[in-house]
Write a protein that binds this ligand. Structure first.
Ligand SMILES: C[S@@+](CC[C@H](N)C(=O)[O-])C[C@H]1O[C@@H](n2cnc3c(N)ncnc32)[C@H](O)[C@@H]1O
Length: 244
């Protein structure tokens, strides 16, 4: 876990974090990631313009070494979580999927500014494009963190974690791959947990119907939303599953 936050005046707009193990991880401020991006708060993933699946990139042109295990963050927003993870775990490749295009463009610019060759962000509707992006057994970890809640009953089909997405992930993930889910909204966290538990390919490590506590959920870098929620003293509901 990162613990020593320090501003480095020689790196304007950048924050240098030093981990307990002495690793240096560069992060950027929110302001910096959205500097050139005017972005909407929410977009409707069921809108027609998000209904077409994108073609997969040529992965060997994306990552310097495609043989590394791949970690996927669905709904990566301003991308800071995998920006840091890609530096902490250089032996992994990281992929963020995000439906708000200006954020993705800026994330990839920041990635290039930092010269990271194990990190990439793609603008797409994950619910529409994920199945065609990756091949069976090519994914080693997935995170869905603080997805948009869409509270109204008639809008709940807009939520990211749907049975079809879980079925797609079951196809893509290798056996024993980790699935990390988080939300500050109890109803959303229960909904995500239920969809994964309803799929026979996943095991909830905390036991069916339970959330993961700190003894199970691995120590991790907080996402932007997570930091905001925790700083307000609000609860976070976590689920940790394995692909069977
Ligand atoms: C509340 S934000 C959380 C961002 C980040 N994971 C965090 O924890 O700070 C949820 C993100 O998911 C994105 N999103 C929502 N539906 C999506 C979809 N179908 N495909 C890809 N991204 C989506 C939103 O645009 C938003 O950036």
């Amino acid at each position: 876990m990162l613990n020593n936050m320090q501003q480095n005046s020689s790196l304007p707009h950048k924050i240098v974090n030093v981990t307990n193990a002495g690793e240096v991880v560069v992060n950027v401020t929110n302001e910096n990631v959205s500097r050139r991006a005017r972005v909407r708060e929410h977009v409707n993933p069921l809108a027609k313009k998000y209904s077409v699946a994108i073609a997969p990139p040529v992965w060997t042109e994306i990552y310097a070494d495609c043989s590394k295990p791949l970690s996927l963050d669905i709904g990566s927003a301003r991308g800071r979580y995998i920006l840091q993870m890609a530096q902490l775990k250089p032996d992994w490749n990281f992929l963020g999927l995000e439906i708000r295009e200006p954020l993705v463009d800026r994330c990839n610019e920041v990635r290039d500014e930092l010269g990271l060759t194990n990190l990439h962000y793609i603008f797409c509707n994950a619910n529409v494009s994920l199945a065609g992006l990756l091949t069976k057994n090519s994914l080693h970890e997935v995170t869905v963190q603080f997805p948009d809640p869409w509270f109204k009953r008639r809008q709940q089909k807009r939520r990211t974690v749907q049975p079809e997405l879980v079925a797609t992930l079951a196809e893509l993930l290798v056996p024993n791959a980790s699935v990390f889910l988080q939300s500050d909204i109890l109803e959303v966290a229960e909904d995500m947990r239920l969809h994964f538990e309803d799929n026979e390919n996943f095991t909830n490590l905390a036991g069916k119907g339970n959330f993961a506590d700190d003894t199970i959920f691995p120590e991790h870098i907080p996402t932007e939303r997570e930091s905001s929620v925790l700083s307000q003293g609000l609860p976070v509901y976590r689920v940790y599953l394995k692909r069977k």
